[in-house]
Design a binder for this molecule. Structure first.
Ligand SMILES: *[C@@H]1O[C@H](CO)[C@@H](O)[C@H](O)[C@H]1NC(C)=O
Ligand SMILES: *[C@@H]1O[C@H](CO)[C@@H](O)[C@H](O)[C@H]1NC(C)=O
Ligand SMILES: *[C@@H]1O[C@H](CO)[C@@H](O)[C@H](O)[C@H]1NC(C)=O
Ligand SMILES: *[C@@H]1O[C@H](CO)[C@@H](O)[C@H](O)[C@H]1NC(C)=O
Ligand SMILES: *[C@@H]1O[C@H](CO)[C@@H](O)[C@H](O)[C@H]1NC(C)=O
Ligand SMILES: *[C@@H]1O[C@H](CO)[C@@H](O)[C@H](O)[C@H]1NC(C)=O
Ligand SMILES: CC(=O)N[C@H]1CO[C@H](CO)[C@@H](O)[C@@H]1O
Length: 335
């Protein structure tokens, strides 16, 4: 993969050089200077024809929402670009990605959507839409949607894993938190013997009336207890459960009377990216709903236990899911 990427990079450099020469040509041949690069690239194909001035199109997406949704947008648009051999990718938004990860793919530029791009909307947020894999890489396409499916980036999983390397400050904070948890449970072996299960419980905004109406679903306490019990069956009793949540007070109130039975640590008061890094350092993951937990599980690797119920029955959101496209193939889905 590393070799493939560096080869791509050289291609891109060559492409950028060629484009610059073409832009200079257009500049000198036109009577007045057109300052906008996108307008210039629009001119190439119409005035001079594709056979003369071969241009590569741009695949773009505007990213909305917070970290989890931004990660889906980034991973999926890259996956689509590699599938269709687009060498220019534009992402509008995605600020949390830039502050959290050591992104290195130089086909990507974080800038506004090209003005001339053709907008194509995904069919459903949480299902794979095959139409989005069939564009010509000579066109400028703006994909509109959330692209919440692993099928969009399955082709470049290793590359995405490298892209989602946390920045050093976040990673070292997370490692310190894990060390503190280890010492709290006298794990002097420094994680080698014990099994760490990251547990992410999404509540927060999913409790808002508008979000519930839309179909968001904060899972039940019973689901989490079932998932913990399943873990003790799968991995033995010497497990440390590391809880992260956007409502850690609720989690503590509802689970701290289990601390005699299970080893539990409640992670508090960190930025979302630090919590995600802590979860990514665990061996296995229990997640509830929402894209944030989805990515925490994906980053951790290992086994993932996830709630079967991702949206409220009968809601609009529930019609947006194709579950085989959303759940990773080897995830354990329970109620
Ligand atoms: C377009 O991309 C191809 C590879 O997909 C590359 O060989 C070519 O040089 C690029 N052309 C321009 C004008 O960037
Ligand atoms: C993309 O490029 C590869 C290698 O150059 C080629 O095998 C493949 O057919 C291309 N795919 C598309 C959709 O152009
Ligand atoms: C850790 O070890 C100390 C000292 O040996 C002991 O007092 C404490 O109870 C132990 N804690 C746990 C969680 O086992
Ligand atoms: C961890 O494993 C090592 C080697 O297998 C052993 O020496 C050590 O006592 C173990 N530590 C704990 C806390 O079980
Ligand atoms: C913890 O408290 C809840 C009620 O708040 C109760 O249903 C549950 O059985 C308790 N668990 C334990 C282990 O005591
Ligand atoms: C939603 O529907 C599914 C399948 O029809 C069912 O198994 C599940 O219990 C329902 N969930 C709720 C919270 O009613
Ligand atoms: C399911 C459950 O036990 N929920 C409780 C969690 O904690 C809050 C606050 O103490 C209670 O109000 C809930 O009933």
């Amino acid at each position: 993969m590393a070799r493939l990427c560096s080869a791509k990079r050289r291609t891109v450099c060559l492409g950028v050089l060629l484009l610059s020469i073409l832009q200079m040509l257009v500049y000198f041949m036109s009577t007045r200077h057109i300052g906008n690069v996108h307008m210039q690239s629009g001119i190439h194909s119409t005035r001079y024809g594709d056979h003369l001035l071969l241009r590569n199109g741009t695949l773009s997406i505007a990213i909305y929402g917070r970290l989890g949704n931004q990660m889906f947008g980034y991973a999926s648009i890259l996956g689509l670009a590699y599938t269709m051999n687009f060498s220019n990718i534009v992402i509008d938004g995605g600020g949390d990605l830039l502050s959290s990860f050591q992104l290195s793919n130089n086909m990507v530029s974080f800038s506004p959507i090209p003005l001339n791009a053709k907008h194509v909307e995904e069919m459903r947020c949480c299902a794979f839409d095959e139409r989005l894999t069939m564009f010509s890489n000579k066109e400028d396409i703006n994909v509109v949607g959330y692209l919440l499916s692993w099928k969009y980036f399955y082709n470049i999983e290793k590359h995405i894993r490298k892209e989602f390397t946390f920045v050093t400050s976040i990673l070292s904070k997370a490692k310190q938190i894990k060390l503190d948890i280890a010492s709290m449970f006298n794990d002097t072996s420094l994680f080698k013997n014990r099994t760490y299960i990251g547990v992410h419980i999404r509540r927060g905004d999913f409790l808002l009336e508008s979000k519930i109406k839309f179909g968001h679903y904060p899972v039940s306490k019973d689901y989490i207890i079932h998932a913990i019990q399943l873990c003790t069956k799968m991995f033995g009793e010497d497990i440390i459960f590391v809880f992260c949540s956007d409502d850690i007070r609720w989690v503590k109130r509802n689970f701290s009377n289990f601390t005699d039975k299970w080893k539990m640590a409640f992670v508090e008061d960190n930025p979302a990216a630090v919590d995600m890094a802590v979860l990514s350092l665990c061996d296995h993951t229990i997640v509830t709903t929402g894209s944030y937990g989805w990515w925490a599980a994906w980053l951790a690797g290992g086994k993932t236990i996830i709630s079967k119920q991702q949206a409220r029955n009968g809601s609009y959101l529930s019609t947006q899911f194709a579950y085989p496209d959303y759940f990773y193939p080897d995830w354990i889905i329970i109620e």
